[in-house]
Design a protein. Structure first.
Length: 102
């Protein structure tokens, strides 16, 4: 699971497809087993290719000015969360407004 795009469930599927025991440590794998795992992983989009595809998808949404694209452009939550309070992760640190409290 050190590879970007391969989490726990995908890793289990890969090991199953390659007919390798899930209990085997990496240092104990034979060259043949490593080769089979590599072949299976080549069928998945991982690392740079996956990152590039995600960035292109977001750019496409922004170019066609869809609702999701506009939210991405403005740096607001994309998936329908409320923004009256919180949403700080997406909006960044608080920008204090002078004379707001009365």
């Amino acid at each position: 699971t050190y590879v970007y795009g391969i989490g726990t469930s995908t890793a289990k599927k890969i090991v199953e497809e390659a007919n390798v025991s899930a209990d085997t440590r990496v240092k104990d794998l034979t060259d043949d087993e490593l080769g089979r795992i590599r072949e299976v992983v080549d069928g998945y989009k991982v690392e740079g290719d996956l990152r590039r595809e995600q960035n292109l998808n977001i750019k496409r949404l922004m170019e066609i000015s869809s609702y999701r694209g506009i939210r991405h452009r403005r740096g607001l939550p994309v998936r329908g969360q409320k923004t009256k309070n919180n949403a700080r992760t997406r909006k960044g640190p608080v920008k204090t407004v002078a004379n707001k409290k009365k």
